[in-house]
Design a protein around this ligand. Structure first.
Ligand code: PLP
Length: 437
């Protein structure tokens, strides 16, 4: 008898369906209040339980759960606490519409412009990058090229992967001064850096050091157009997803890794990797999956699966905090309701205001490009005569949450987002003016 998805890693199947009449999703929906009207930014801000005593300019660090996400987490938590076995067994392993894991993949895919089976749920950007680099069939002599500007998680994901394969890594600077960068120069510098042994290029879409946004579409097109060995493009997209109006699956990258617990407002501890079926098939899985039936049935026969690797097979198995993983769909629904273009335009407007205000201060050096197409939701800057940590401390004394960038060379950062108002941006700019003397 062919095993069904429901038989996968679970036991008495028919029982749970009987105990969940009308379907789990329908039952949960009944417990979850409808999303409020999000047509004004004030109503969007009302969804967050942020402490009003502070102005929050570091929301990109880790999300405050907005009301629809909080409600979904609570609904799933209550259901799991009432009946952990049946709810998790049903939500993960049932066939058809009640499989919540697949529902989450479908919701995310819609936002990315992808197909549901191309979406791998991973706990954060770091895990996604590690899965991809560890999964790539790198060999001695291969080179992974990346930039000096990438995040710790990206550099270390590459370093740990090449240690095992005997491949090498090379970091190149893309610019001296991010604020003066142009799209053409970025593409040119990158293409020049690709060498005969380069098999993989790792890039960061929106840099959390300088705030620059790389023109991934143009870079991907230029990579494809060049002669020579193909180069796979891996993108850390965490600060672009939910902050820009992009259709990720058509950008031209081969692997897109992003936490969804920053700009997307999905539950803390959620993230994704997107790739096409062809690119998933290139990878060697790293962690046993709980969502790939072929892998499980092969194991039952004491064999390795013979079918190609898929997003599901790359998805780390073991049981998870399902109330968080499943509630990610609520965040993507919220973004769909707000409208991707509208969200991006709002973030752009507030960031333009912030950059213009800071640029008018002669004691401030902006590191983020002014051009909206080369920036997103992060504004990095230095104040003459002050260490970035002191800038952040002095802003905190004025009840403004700013942050320093966690890099060898660090800057102060303000990140105007959907939780902020134009008045708050004005007050932050004014506060920087006060502390710059
Ligand atoms: C560019 C970049 N990549 C990766 C990460 C790590 O993100 P995650 O917590 O989703 O692993 C960060 C953290 O803020 C980051 O700024």
């Amino acid at each position: 008898m062919a095993i069904t998805r429901r038989g996968f890693l679970a036991a008495p199947a028919a029982l749970s369906a009987a105990l969940l009449p009308g379907g789990l999703l329908a039952a949960l929906e009944a417990e979850t209040p409808p999303i409020a009207d999000l047509s004004s930014w004030e109503s969007v801000r009302d969804q967050f339980a942020l402490d009003p005593a502070w102005m929050h300019f570091a929301s990109f660090f880790i999300a405050s759960h907005p009301a629809p996400v909080q409600a979904a987490i609570e609904a799933y938590r209550r259901a799991i606490d009432r009946n952990p076995f049946h709810v998790v067994e049903h939500g993960m392993f049932s066939d058809g519409a009640d499989n919540i894991h697949q529902q989450v993949q479908a919701e995310i895919a819609q936002y990315l412009g992808a197909r549901p089976h191309e979406v791998c749920l991973a706990g954060n950007t770091t895990t996604g990058l590690a899965l991809v680099y560890q999964g790539l069939p790198l060999q001695a002599g291969d080179e992974v090229l990346c930039t000096t500007h990438d995040h710790y998680s990206h550099h270390e994901a590459i370093r740990l992967a090449i240690q095992r394969s005997g491949a090498s890594m090379r970091k190149v600077p893309l610019f001296e001064d991010a604020a003066a960068a142009t799209a053409d120069a970025l593409v040119h510098t990158l293409l020049k850096a690709v060498g005969p042994r380069t098999r993989v290029l790792g890039l960061t879409w929106v840099h959390s050091s300088s705030g620059i946004r790389l023109p991934i579409r143009e870079i991907a097109a230029a990579l494809r157009a060049r002669a020579g060995q193909p180069v796979l493009l891996v993108v850390d997209g965490v600060h672009g997803l939910g902050a820009t109006d992009e259709t990720v699956a058509t950008m031209g990258c081969d692997y897109f890794c992003a936490g969804t617990h920053k700009w997307m407002f999905a539950p803390r501890g959620t993230g994704l990797v997107w790739a096409s079926a062809e690119n998933w098939a290139r990878l060697r899985p790293v962690i046993p999956s709980f969502t790939d039936l072929d892998q499980y049935t092969a194991w039952e026969r004491d064999a390795a699966p013979s079918s190609p690797t898929t997003a599901d097979r790359m998805s780390p198995g073991g049981f998870h905090a399902y109330e968080h993983q499943w509630a990610a769909a609520a965040a993507f629904r919220m973004h769909r309701q707000m409208g991707r273009a509208r969200v991006a335009a709002r973030i752009r407007e507030l960031n333009n205001q912030c950059k213009a205000g800071l640029a008018a201060n002669r004691k401030v050096r902006l590191h983020t490009p002014m051009a909206p197409e080369l920036s997103a939701g992060l504004v990095s800057f230095e104040v003459e005569g002050l260490a970035p940590a002191d800038v952040v401390r002095q802003l905190a004394a004025r009840r403004i949450v700013a942050s320093t960038s966690p890099y060898a060379v660090t800057y102060a950062r303000l990140a105007p987002s959907l939780v902020n108002t134009a008045e708050e941006v004005e007050r932050a700019v004014r506060a920087v003016r006060e502390i710059s003397g």
